[in-house]
Design a protein around this ligand. Structure first.
Ligand SMILES: NC(=O)c1ccc[n+]([C@@H]2O[C@H](COP(=O)([O-])OP(=O)(O)OC[C@H]3O[C@@H](n4cnc5c(N)ncnc54)[C@H](O)[C@@H]3O)[C@@H](O)[C@H]2O)c1
Length: 452
């Protein structure tokens, strides 16, 4: 199929390379010339495992451009995958989605039918708003235009984006027309039937079952995305709330999570106590859902509480440090990990940012390490004084404490004895419960985890 994708961020670029790999004829539009320049030289503007391999393999077949007029008229299916950042009020800002829809409508051929797919995460009812925007442009152009608006929310997880794209749990399509559903079914046929040859580095999991394509109305599809993210976010906040109580009553939250996760109704996933969630989705999407609810005059205390618990975790880590060091002023603190989760360079809403700002505000001298996300952090925290080190062991020289914030695989294999030896006071705050307390203690650390 001839597909045009608008936005080449984490979602748009992943979708573009995967659809190209599946032999679709793909074009991708972005207004960010820095991203386009990198893509024109065959380089990925984001860090995502496997994405560079796919760009090397099929990138040359994708037309990356800033010009809608070059890639809209001929397309059969157009996907909007632009950002929907939070407004100050927390509500999702759909301006980029509407701008993209206007540009599309500007260049649609009046004699052709198009399926316009909203892949961005958007407040419930945006599909109607996009239809209005498109029709307004058509009436300015004095044309009829023929566009079916469809909601196709994206469920990828950064760090595992390609796995999620090739082997999704489900595909959700919200549409009012059979034509649009048929177009999406054709687009995803190789995935729905798993007829493609997997990339050698991403084999089909042996236990993988063919994914269902669930079709529903557009509003429900939009709600499915918010409800899914909110449910996952509150599962994590729930175990973090239990972790806090475990600390008070001398129970171990990792044991508790193991015990409750064995219940098949609960399951093990998303039950790891730690510093809580960050990133470009859960903070923004839970706030946006509360915004949708407020507009509808409806209260959502569970969602609100999940957010409160989550952001408290960041403060609690600093409280733990303060309690053990007495004062943070002048103390040297090493931060292990900046990205909001491993295997991504994304630092949007990362817990590390709040923790670092709080430590610096209290007079601590902060040194940080991350295998991938240091350049992005440097850009964002340019207003405060922190040291970046390339060698993770440099974090511990003369340090008063180390705080593990992101559970990169690299950190699991650290030589704890070597780190502890170099420190002024060997204190390790394990914000993700990565280390065994016994091993950390026998390596010489005063070990403090979360809920254990
Ligand atoms: N990142 C994730 O893990 C994830 C997962 C699921 C859903 N989503 C949702 O998908 C959407 C995109 O997220 P992302 O993380 O890929 O965002 P992103 O910020 O990484 O990328 C968005 C891209 O859209 C481009 N853009 C914005 N307006 C444009 C316009 N008018 N024309 C052309 N290009 C334009 C930007 O330049 C940018 O490159 C959001 O709604 C997000 O909530 C994200």
């Amino acid at each position: 199929m001839k597909v045009t994708i608008i936005g080449t961020g984490y979602v748009g670029l992943t979708t573009a390379v995967v659809l190209a790999y599946l032999n679709h004829d793909v074009a991708a539009v972005d207004k960010d010339n820095n991203k386009l320049n990198l893509l024109h030289t065959g380089e990925s503007p984001i860090h995502e495992p496997g994405i560079q391999d796919l760009i090397d393999n099929v990138g040359h077949t994708i037309r990356f451009t800033s010009r809608f007029d070059e890639v809209v008229p001929d397309a059969e299916l157009i996907m909007i995958a632009v950002g929907t950042p939070p407004k100050k009020s927390g509500e999702a800002d759909t301006r980029h989605v509407e701008d993209a829809a206007k540009e599309v409508a500007q260049f649609c051929d009046p004699d052709k039918h198009y399926t316009l797919v909203i892949k961005s995460t958007v407040p419930i009812g945006t599909n109607r708003r996009v239809a209005e925007v498109v029709n307004e442009v058509f009436s300015q152009r004095k044309i009829q235009g023929d566009v079916s608006i469809t909601s196709n929310p994206e469920f990828l997880q950064e760090g595992l984006a390609l796995q999620g794209a090739f082997y999704p749990d489900r595909i959700v399509v919200g549409a009012n027309s059979d034509n649009a559903i048929e177009a999406l079914r054709r687009l995803y046929k190789p995935i729905l039937e798993q007829t493609f040859d997997p990339p050698s580095w991403l084999p089909r999991p042996p236990s993988y079952h063919l994914p269902p394509m669930m079709t529903t109305d557009p509003n429900s599809a939009e709600m499915i995305k918010y409800a899914a993210n909110t449910f996952l976010a509150l599962k994590i906040s729930f175990i973090n709330e239990i972790a806090g109580l475990c600390e008070e009553v001398e129970a171990d939250v990792t044991e508790v999570a193991r015990g409750i996760g064995l219940d098949s109704r609960i399951g093990h996933r998303f039950l790891r106590a730690g510093l809580g969630w960050g990133g470009s989705c859960y903070p923004k999407d839970t706030a946006a859902l509360l915004g949708v609810a407020a507009q509808a005059g409806y209260e959502m205390p569970i969602t609100a509480a999940a957010r409160t618990v989550n952001f408290q975790q960041r403060k609690r880590i600093v409280e733990k440090l303060r309690a053990v060091l007495k004062t943070l002023h002048g103390k040297r603190i090493g931060i292990l990990g900046l990205a909001f989760k491993p295997n991504t360079d994304d630092i949007r809403e990362a817990p590390s940012l709040d923790i670092i700002r709080q430590l610096v505000a209290e007079g601590a001298k902060v040194t940080v390490h991350d295998p991938i996300a240091m350049p992005n952090t440097h850009k964002l925290l340019h207003d405060i004084q922190i040291n970046f080190v390339e060698d993770v062991y440099q974090l511990s020289y003369n340090a008063d404490a180390l705080v593990l914030v992101t559970e990169w695989e690299l950190y699991h294999r650290l030589e704890l004895r070597k780190l502890a030896k170099q420190m002024k006071t060997p204190i390790l705050i394990d914000g993700r419960n990565v280390f065994s307390p016994q091993e950390a203690r026998s390596a010489g650390f005063h070990y403090i985890g979360i809920g254990r």
